[in-house]
Design a protein around this ligand. Structure first.
Ligand code: CDP
Length: 311
């Protein structure tokens, strides 16, 4: 009897033989690609995430022309006001971390018992203001060094920050003194929202430090993987963060990346998020292809993808 496993988003299914064929074909492509990548040296030299992934006062002076990452015709000249919200220097000290954990939001983390292992990493990266605590600690941990925030969350969950901003700033306390990484220059609508988030944090004096993705880095990264076979869509936040980790960490451990509806080993249903019931809206991203890429990087020993239970 042929078992079925959810492979494509949450509404499409692929049988195991089909999945294996797809993965094999993809693997041929991406194995070849990673050989071209040459263990990250091309990633470093072509994308320069080490000192360019994040906007700083050093790499983006007043008067620079920012070109938006998802709207290449939109530009913005850096004024002294905007410049004052940039962090001064590269937030990554000139050292490489030994072990980093990049935590995606897939429901595969539910009951995974991966919390301790995630928190044991020297540097922990989380995506899109995920829930922490509330009983999730055993499975996802609590430590955070970088957390990203998608502007659509600021719109949906915090009313575009048009009302009182304290609830938003207080909700960030669970991430401690981490860095809040915002895509302020992806689409035009992101800029005012992300600046409002940054101003709210400085007005209410929260320990979290707002920073912005450098759109120039996001464009380079997108072109880098596009020229190596990831043709469709823009890299997801999770994939961007894995790439940043690959430039900064000797050992990259990846958790919570499983954009499919069935557990790979236990075959039970898997939610899109470990903390809510929202289904995936991945119009701009090519999630099965991204997952395939992660799988290949895992089999090459470039990173360690955790899908099972950590017990
Ligand atoms: O909203 P967005 O697609 O950017 O991401 P998210 O749902 O907040 O999850 C953060 C990241 O985890 C995504 O960008 C994906 O890379 C990864 N993810 C995954 O691989 N599988 C899932 N079911 C959910 C998220």
């Amino acid at each position: 009897m042929q078992k079925e496993i959810g492979m494509k988003r949450h509404h499409e299914k692929l049988s195991i033989p089909l999945m294996i064929t797809a993965l094999c074909l993809g693997s041929l492509l991406i194995t070849a690609l990673w050989i071209i990548v040459d263990n990250g040296s091309q990633l470093r030299s072509q994308c320069q995430g080490f000192d360019r992934a994040i906007i700083t006062q050093a790499n983006t002076p007043v008067g620079s022309n920012i070109v938006y990452s998802a709207e290449s015709k939109r530009t913005l000249m850096v004024t002294p006001g905007i410049f004052s919200t940039f962090i001064k220097e590269n937030p990554f000290p000139q050292k490489k971390w030994d072990t980093c954990a990049v935590v995606g939001n897939s429901g595969i983390l539910t009951n995974s018992s991966c919390g301790e292992m995630i928190d044991s990493a020297q540097f922990v990266i989380r995506c899109n203001l995920p829930s922490l605590g509330k009983g999730y600690e055993k499975h996802v941990g609590t430590k955070t060094d970088i957390v990203t925030a998608n502007p659509t969350i600021l719109v949906r969950k915090y009313g575009s920050l048009n009302g009182p901003r304290r609830p938003f700033v207080e909700s960030l306390h669970i991430y401690g003194k981490s860095q809040l990484l915002l895509p302020a220059f992806a689409f035009g609508f992101c800029t005012a929202l992300c600046l409002k988030a940054a101003y709210s944090i400085s007005d209410i004096e929260s320990p979290i430090r707002p920073t912005y993705f450098n759109p120039d880095y996001l464009r380079r990264l997108s072109n880098f993987w596009r020229s190596r076979g990831l043709h469709r869509g823009l890299p997801s936040t999770g994939l961007v963060m894995v790439n940043i980790a690959l430039e900064h960490c000797a050992n990259v451990h990846v958790y919570g990346f499983w954009p499919f509806s069935t557990h790979p080993f236990e075959l039970n249903a898997v939610k899109n998020h470990y903390f809510d019931d929202k289904t995936g809206q991945w119009g701009m991203h090519s999630m099965p292809a991204e997952f395939n890429l992660l799988l290949q990087l895992h089999s090459q020993g470039v990173l360690r993808l955790h899908l099972g239970n950590c017990r």
